[in-house]
Design a protein around this ligand. Structure first.
Ligand SMILES: [Zn+2]
Length: 378
């Protein structure tokens, strides 16, 4: 096992050492090719994480409660200092990543960057949480906090986080250390997935009056929807709609017998989401539509926990915390639904899911320092 050979990843707590350990840990985590269709890699990475926490108990008699939950072959590791499912804070990270080239799982370090698949999304975030627990254990501090590390976020977290929530693991405050450029991501869009099935009546394309064209029917309805939902051309926090899947027909001289389409809509508030659902039902009222609706995240910015995080940030960096709205979804949504303040706060990084994904090393250290300063008193 990685750290049974030597104990060199246990630093003396000095700032430079902590940063070095963060780098080492992030790189180690990147080497696991933790994509959805490699369950053996997910398991190996989960083993590594679980053993890391177990070694803290051995070395520091930390008394950490370490629980492994496996659901549908997807492992999650939950760790708390106290015997509780409801600590003040849960720090969340996911150790699964999206597909990448083989080379991306061999991390590179260049100046302030760690380059590799999942560097920013979010092996760095997971490393920050692990390192934080190490330092707290080492100092004998036992704050009422927990870590929740899951393995299917990139697939929507359906087999992990909601399952964990259902088991009653609910904190007073939730932070996922997803890359956020050191901002607080306090709001995130909701998602409406629309699946449309239209039955037609096929006929020869030379005599369309004999049939019923499902493609025409769909295009007319979709145009009505598009008239109401315009996509912004700049990165604005506005409602968006994309037609992501469309399938119909198999020959050029025959009207299709059916059409299948998927539309992905992102909304900015619960009321807008409700309105949009009504609009979709109205527009496609003559056809079979299935909707999956996921609410977004909308935190109250003045919430005391958000303020505490912002204050810790200011104390560590001397800069004011910036508030940000996320275009994408994170595990925060499962807790926001339970009315728990749930935010993203993580390091600076770029090209998430891209070929040159990287995370900033100094920014990792900043996020670590902020979380350390806040959690040690919890
Ligand atoms: Zn992520």
């Amino acid at each position: 096992m990685f750290f049974k050979k030597n104990n060199s990843h246990f630093s003396d707590g000095s700032s430079a050492m902590v940063q070095e350990e963060l780098v080492k840990l992030t790189k180690k985590l990147i080497t696991y090719e933790t994509i959805a269709d490699k369950p053996a890699e997910l398991k190996k990475c989960a083993d590594f994480i679980e053993d890391y926490f177990k070694s803290l108990n051995k070395k520091y008699a930390a008394g950490l409660q370490i629980i492994r939950i496996v659901n549908n072959n997807k492992p999650s590791i939950i760790v708390t200092f106290h015997t509780t499912k409801n600590p003040i804070l849960f720090l969340n990270g996911h150790f699964d990543v999206v597909h990448g080239d083989k080379a991306q799982f061999d991390p590179l370090q260049k100046e302030d960057k760690i380059i590799g698949r999942g560097a920013a999304d979010m092996k760095a975030g997971v490393a920050i949480i692990m390192q934080l627990f190490l330092e707290l254990c080492k100092k004998g501090i036992k704050p009422n906090i927990g870590a929740m590390l899951v393995s299917d976020e990139e697939k929507g977290s359906y087999d992990t986080t909601p399952h964990i929530v259902k088991k009653g693991y609910l904190p007073k405050f939730f932070i996922t250390t997803e890359s956020s450029d050191e901002n607080i991501g306090y709001a995130a869009k909701g998602v409406i997935g629309v699946t449309v099935n239209i039955k037609g009546k096929p006929c020869h394309a030379s005599m369309p009056w004999l049939g019923k064209d499902p493609v025409e029917m769909f295009l007319q309805d979709y145009a009505k929807l598009r008239k109401k939902i315009k996509n912004p051309v700049r990165p604005e926090f506005k409602r968006t709609m994309c037609l992501t899947v469309i399938k119909a027909g198999d020959s050029s001289n025959r009207i299709a017998d059916s059409l299948f389409a998927k539309i992905n809509i992102r909304t900015t508030s619960d009321s807008e989401q409700k309105k949009t659902v009504r609009l979709i039902r109205e527009v496609f009222k003559d056809h079979e539509v299935n909707l999956t609706v996921e609410s977004g995240v909308n935190n109250y910015r003045e919430n005391p926990y958000l303020k505490e995080l912002a204050e810790s940030y200011q104390k560590v960096t001397g800069k004011r915390m910036q508030y940000m709205k996320d275009h994408g979804a994170s595990d925060a949504r499962f807790f926001a639904r339970k009315k728990i303040p749930a935010v993203t706060f993580g390091p600076h990084g770029r090209d998430l899911h891209g070929t040159n994904e990287w995370v900033s090393i100094s920014s990792m250290k900043t996020v670590y320092d902020v979380l350390y300063s806040m959690t040690r008193k919890m």
